[in-house]
Design a protein around this ligand. Structure first.
Ligand code: NCD
Ligand code: ZN
Length: 447
C-alpha cells in the first residue's frame, strides 16, 4: 500500500511562546465544557497566544454580556467568480456576506465559467480572490482532466467530484470510473468533496412543477446508491460527502468513518416549505419526515459538519417556470445566524453547533482555526444572544438579493475578527479586503 501522503504533512499548530499580545478579548466563551469568563490574548501575528488572566498591560476589549465564539468555516459555496452573471455573486459580495454571517473561511466550488479543471483556471481564480475577499478562501478544483490532476493537487485547496449533473456540470464521470479515480486522488493527498447522487435513479420523464415533484425526480434512492458506491474509496482518502439529505445515508457514512455535511436548507426546509423555484435545489428538499429525522441526527451530534451550499442564482432566473429554473439556494450569510437562533431557542446545544460549523470543517481542510486555543488564528466572533433579527433577502449582502429563509429569525454576529483584526462592527463590514487563499496546512488527527 502507498503511504497516505496527507500523513506526511506538518502536525497541528503550536503556540508562539514569548510573543507579546496586541489585544486581549474579554468576555465569556464555551471553554472546557461550559460557558465561562475568558480572556483571550491575541499576538501581533493574529494568532491566539494564551487563554487566562493576562497581566501584560496590552489593550483590552470587554464584550460584556456577549459571547466569544470561533468564526465558522463553510466548506461549500459557489461565488460564480469568474463567469457571472454579475447579479449573482462575486468574491467581493460573497465574502462580505460570509463575514457578516460569521463565516471566516469558505471552500469555493469549481463549477464556475470556465470550470476549474486546470492550473490556468485555478490561478485566474486565485487572482480574483486577492485584494477582493473579505475572508479567507480555499479553492476546490475539479479532477476531471487526468493530466492536470497532479499539478492541481499542488496548488488547489481540495478536489470536488460531481457524480451527477447539476448547475455547470453536464457530463459527470460514469459511476464505474469512480473507484479508480478515488484511488488516484487518495495518493494525491488533498481533501475530496463529493456530490453524491446516482443519476441512474433520476426520473427523466415529465416536467417537475414544484419541489415535491423535484424530490420525486431526484429521489433519496439516488443519494443512497451514490453513497454505497463511495464505500470502495481507500481508507486514507480524505473524503467528504456534500449535502447529505437522508438520515440513513448519514448513519452509513458515520459507520464508515467518513466526513459529510448537511445544509441548513435540508435541516430546516422540506418539499412543502414553498411551491416555487426558490425552493428548487440539488439534492431536492425532502419530505417533512426525512427533514425532521435529519434535524434530529444533527441535534444529537450525528451530522459532523454543516455547510451552506450557497448557490446564489439571480432572482430573474428563479422566476422562470419551475422545470427551467436553475437549482440552488443562497445561504452563506444565514447559516450560522439561523442555527444560533436554534441555540437561543433551546433546541440545539451550543457545543454541537460549534463542532459542526467551526471545528470539524476547519480540521477537514487542515486549517488552524475553529477553536479558541493557543496557536490558532484569531478568527473570532462576538455574539449577543439577546439580539434577534428578522431575515430579509433585500437586506442580506449576497448580490442575488433573496433567501429561502425570508421572515425567519436569526442571530447575526455583532463583531467578527480575522487574525485579531475587527472586520465586522455592529453588524457592518469595516475590514479591508485582505482575505487569503489558503490550502491544507496539516492532516487532521483522528477524532
Ligand atoms: C449548485 C449551483 O448552483 O452551483 N446548485 C445546487 O442546486 N446545489 C451546484 C450543486 O452544488 O449541486
Ligand atoms: Zn454546491
Amino acid at each position: 500500500m502507498v503511504p497516505p501522503p496527507a500523513h506526511r504533512h506538518r502536525s497541528e499548530p503550536r503556540t508562539g511562546v514569548g510573543a507579546r499580545p496586541a489585544l486581549i478579548l474579554v468576555g465569556r466563551a464555551w471553554f472546557g465544557g461550559r460557558l465561562q469568563p475568558i480572556e483571550i490574548a491575541i499576538g501581533e501575528d493574529g494568532r491566539i497566544l494564551s487563554i487566562g488572566k493576562d497581566r501584560s498591560g496590552a489593550p483590552r476589549h470587554d464584550v460584556g454580556e456577549a459571547v466569544i465564539l470561533p468564526a465558522a468555516t463553510d466548506l461549500h459555496v459557489h461565488f460564480r467568480d469568474p463567469g457571472g452573471p454579475t447579479d449573482a455573486e462575486s468574491f467581493v459580495s460573497g465574502t462580505a456576506a460570509a463575514a457578516l454571517g460569521g463565516v471566516g473561511l469558505v471552500g469555493e466550488m469549481p463549477n464556475t465559467r470556465p470550470p476549474v479543471v486546470d492550473r490556468d483556471a485555478l490561478d485566474e481564480k486565485a487572482q480574483r480572490v486577492r485584494g477582493r475577499a473579505a475572508i479567507d478562501v480555499l479553492l476546490y478544483a475539479s479532477p476531471t482532466v487526468a493530466r492536470e490532476r497532479a499539478a492541481l493537487a499542488r496548488t488547489a485547496g481540495g478536489f470536488k467530484l460531481y457524480l451527477s449533473p447539476t448547475t455547470g456540470i453536464a457530463d459527470p464521470p460514469p459511476l464505474a470510473a469512480v473507484p479508480g479515480l478515488l484511488a488516484e486522488l487518495a495518493d494525491l493527498g488533498l481533501p475530496v468533496a463529493v456530490h453524491a447522487e446516482d443519476p441512474r435513479d433520476f426520473l427523466t420523464t415529465g416536467r417537475p412543477a414544484d419541489p415535491a415533484s423535484w424530490n420525486a425526480a431526484r429521489p433519496v434512492r439516488a443519494e443512497l446508491d451514490a453513497v454505497a458506491a463511495l464505500a470502495t474509496a481507500p481508507e486514507w482518502l480524505r473524503l467528504h460527502v456534500a449535502h447529505v439529505t437522508s438520515p440513513v445515508a448519514a448513519e452509513r457514512l458515520l459507520r464508515e468513518g467518513r466526513s459529510f455535511e448537511a445544509t441548513p436548507h435540508h435541516l430546516l426546509l422540506s418539499e412543502r416549505s414553498g411551491a416555487d423555484a426558490k425552493f428548487k435545489v440539488n439534492p431536492p428538499l425532502r419530505t417533512e419526515a426525512e427533514r425532521s429525522a435529519l434535524w434530529e441526527a444533527f441535534r444529537r451530534g450525528r451530522v459532523p459538519i454543516v455547510a451552506s451550499d450557497h448557490a446564489p442564482h439571480p432572482i430573474s432566473e428563479k422566476a422562470l417556470p419551475f422545470h427551467q429554473a436553475p437549482s440552488g439556494v443562497p445561504g452563506v450569510e444565514t447559516m450560522l445566524p439561523l442555527l444560533l437562533e436554534r441555540v437561543r431557542a433551546g433546541v440545539l446545544a451550543l457545543p454541537v453547533l460549534l463542532a459542526a460549523a467551526c471545528d470539524r470543517p476547519a480540521r477537514w481542510v487542515g486549517q488552524p482555526i475553529g477553536r479558541i486555543a493557543p496557536g490558532h488564528r484569531a478568527h473570532l466572533l462576538v455574539v449577543d444572544f439577546r439580539t434577534r433579527s428578522r431575515i430579509e433577502g433585500r437586506r442580506l449582502h449576497s448580490a442575488c438579493g433573496w433567501t429561502p429563509f425570508e421572515g425567519w429569525d436569526g442571530i447575526f454576529p455583532r463583531e467578527h475578527y480575522r487574525d485579531g483584526e475587527r472586520i465586522v462592527e455592529d453588524g457592518e463590514f469595516v475590514g479591508a479586503p485582505s482575505g487569503r487563499v489558503v490550502r491544507p496546512e496539516y492532516a487532521p488527527t483522528p477524532r
